[in-house]
Ligand binder design. Structure first.
Ligand code: ATP
Length: 342
């Protein structure tokens, strides 16, 4: 049964357990955790060595007996035990006081639009282990729209695009509900992967995924007169450090392939929308949230391709958990808002 605003108001902790990052919002306090969803484990003893930023820094730098794991994949908790241990470590100390005050702790969590019952059950099981008496699930798209300050409860259409690590969720909302939505299996990871593959095949250069971000900035800053950028990586054959000068046009072409998927998703959602709502959208445009919305120039590219205005939320990466927090704090008026409505 869809969760109501009333049920969300009884919660004191909001969680967005993403494939890339874990974010936690505490009622009356605000965002208390924003860390990578990563854990490092000693495979000989089973001991948890690090979580969050520290564990992420260990990636690719560990001896054989240390394994760096990501317990969440594509919006689903794939390793419940590890996710529970990671969460306890990330938020245990910060929540101890809240636990003491509230023996009947209720947790609200974002869940991807149209998530399978198994995905929902895994999220509930993971969060219940934190001592929650109840776990309420709310649709990420509605949470993000609230977090972006969109008037979701009004009888006017708004288009929300949440670009995560593994997926992009697109929806048109009106009167607090989702009118049409689609999830595309393209996110920041596939965009970074496209750049890494381009450099490997065209320039025989290996680049770890995090090293792609400075290149995005160069691409964005580059105007037509800046056609080349220097990239530092490792030679595919020799394994030695090497720098190459790449044509920015080639990298742009590589990125455009996964972005075409996002555009197709947006067009699909528009096709399924009633004409009156599409007319609203041509004025109000598209709101972008999620970590990958920070990709420089993504709003301009989507605007040019769709002919609709597109803008990136002020803090796109934390919009969903802040929106869920706002509903929990009672900052959204009751009316018709139904945070799990399909
Ligand atoms: N400044 C940036 N420029 C480009 N991409 C970025 C930037 N910051 C983060 N990203 C990308 O955003 C993605 C993470 O987004 P987000 O934090 O919304 O993911 P998540 O909620 O954990 O994932 P999901 O919603 O798929 O479960 C990563 O792929 C990351 O590379």
């Amino acid at each position: 049964m869809p969760v109501s605003l009333e049920q969300l108001r009884r919660c004191s902790v909001a969680v967005d357990l993403g494939a890339c990052r874990t974010r936690v919002y505490l009622k009356g306090t605000g965002l208390i955790v924003d860390e990578p969803s990563v854990a490092a484990v000693n495979t000989r003893t089973g001991a948890l060595l690090a979580v969050g930023e520290l564990a992420e820094r260990m990636t690719g730098r560990t001896p054989e007996h240390i394994r760096v794991v990501r317990p969440v994949s594509g919006g689903t908790v794939v390793d419940i035990d590890m996710a529970q241990r990671m969460l306890r470590q990330l938020i245990g100390n910060k929540l101890r006081k809240a636990w003491r005050r509230r023996p009947t702790l209720r947790i609200a969590a974002c869940t991807p639009h149209d998530s399978e019952p198994l995905t929902q059950r895994a999220a509930v099981e993971t969060l219940s282990a934190l001592g929650a008496r109840r776990v309420e699930l709310a649709d990420t798209l509605i949470c993000a729209a609230v977090g972006c300050g969109l008037p979701v409860e009004h009888p006017e259409a708004t288009m929300m695009v949440v670009c995560g690590a593994a997926t992009t969720q697109v929806a048109v909302l009106s009167l607090g509900s989702i009118v049409a939505a689609e999830t595309i299996q393209v996110g920041g990871n596939s965009i970074d992967h496209a750049v890494v593959e381009h450099l490997r095949t065209e320039h025989e250069l290996m680049l770890p995924n995090p090293a792609v971000r400075p290149l995005h900035l160069v691409l964005h800053a580059a105007d037509d007169s800046t056609e080349r950028a220097e990239v530092h990586g490792r030679d595919v054959t020799t394994g030695l450090a090497r720098s190459v000068v790449v044509e920015t046009a080639g990298v742009r072409r590589a990125i455009s392939t996964p972005l075409t998927g996002v555009l197709d998703g947006i067009r699909g959602v528009l096709r399924r929308c009633p004409p009156d709502l599409v007319a609203d959208l041509s004025d109000r445009g598209i709101m972008l949230a999620g970590g990958s919305a920070l990709l420089p120039g993504l709003d301009t590219m989507l605007s040019q391709a769709t002919g609709m205005p597109a803008r990136t939320a002020e803090r796109p990466d934390t919009a969903a958990v802040r929106g869920l927090g706002a509903m929990m704090e009672g900052k959204v008026q009751p009316m018709h808002l139904d945070p799990l409505a399909g």
